[in-house]
Ligand binder design. Structure first.
Ligand SMILES: [Zn+2]
Length: 315
């Protein structure tokens, strides 16, 4: 299984597994999109493959495509939280013996969003696991995991992928090399984010929204800016759109100073550069940073959108 930009960690795990010392409870921590889930699959292969995660046998291939009956991925469901009902179902499953071999592996994704009662319920299992159970947790923020759990798992930090490895990964997956390079640089080597754009998922929509807002700025269309921004359904989306929008504004500033646009919104950035002075563009940039930090956007997105709009047009 090819793990891009993870050679060091992969070798380490391989050698630990070869000595039969792979912990029964492993925590993989790292930034969003750095490849924690792929690594969890690899560790599952190390547990279940008879030939050191060969990648060729039925077990390895099934794990790689999330089709192995004894490798169970558990993910946060509603609003980024684990549901109690789902969790109970998982707990009931732990007493059932594996289908194929000797081991059953549970991968709890985004463990930092698990409620304390879920983690507490797991404590006993992690501490004295029945022989057929192995646990892998993934999380971004280990400080949200209780110490009682942390002290019972072996943690591995998953490094970010890096731009070059990310490009390679996307190209191997069939992406156009030019597009792969553009995305990898834009997302600083974050494979998941690049893929989200390539797949035309929600990320693409957020970029389009930022482009619409930027285009409205270029037209001096206050209503257009405010309504593009206000249509976001939640904080996370709003913050991401603001992030994209600030990149377009940065590009506008670069163009204004004789540089080039780096982001998708090259066209929109050019229009802003033509329609506003350097100082005005700087104010826009400051305002986008201010809004990103401002607490009101936790409370009221339309109000924040209106504030941003009035500020960038000199209100
Ligand atoms: Zn294998």
């Amino acid at each position: 299984m090819k793990l891009y930009g993870k050679d060091g960690l992969k070798q380490r795990l391989e050698s630990i597994a070869a000595k039969g010392r792979l912990s029964h409870a492993i925590l993989l921590s790292g930034h969003e999109g750095c490849g924690k889930k792929s690594l969890a699959r690899y560790i599952a292969q190390l547990f279940l493959c008879e030939n050191n995660a060969c990648g060729q046998c039925a077990a390895c291939r099934n794990i790689e495509h999330d089709g192995h009956p004894d490798v169970i991925f558990v993910k946060a469901q509603c609003e980024g939280k684990y549901s109690m009902e789902k969790f109970r179902e998982v707990m009931r499953g732990t007493v059932i013996k594996p289908n194929n071999g000797d081991l059953k592996i549970y991968v709890f994704e985004e463990a930092d969003t698990m409620l304390p009662q879920h983690l507490n319920a797991l404590l006993k299992l992690i501490e004295e696991p029945p022989g057929h159970l192995r646990f892998i947790f993934t999380c971004e923020n280990t400080s949200l995991i209780p110490e009682t759990v942390l002290s019972r798992v072996t943690e591995f930090e998953v490094p970010d992928t890096g731009v070059q490895d990310c490009i390679q990964c996307l190209v191997d997956g069939g992406a156009d090399p030019k597009k792969a390079k553009e995305l990898s640089e834009m997302f600083a080597g974050n494979i998941a984010k690049c893929r989200a754009v390539l797949d035309g998922g929600s990320e693409t929509k957020l970029i389009e929204t930022a482009q619409n807002a930027a285009s409205a700025i270029g037209r001096h269309d206050k209503f257009g800016v405010a309504s593009a921004l206000a249509e976001q359904s939640g904080r996370a989306e709003f913050a991401q759109v603001m992030e994209y929008l600030s990149r377009i504004i940065r590009d506008a500033l670069a163009i204004r100073c004789g540089g080039e646009a780096e982001f998708f919104g090259g066209k929109e950035a050019k229009k802003i550069a033509e329609s506003f002075s350097e100082n005005e563009i700087l104010t826009m940039l400051d305002t986008s940073f201010e809004v990103a930090k401002n607490e009101i956007y936790n409370l009221n997105l339309p109000l924040t959108a209106a504030y941003f709009t009035s500020k960038i047009f000199g209100g």
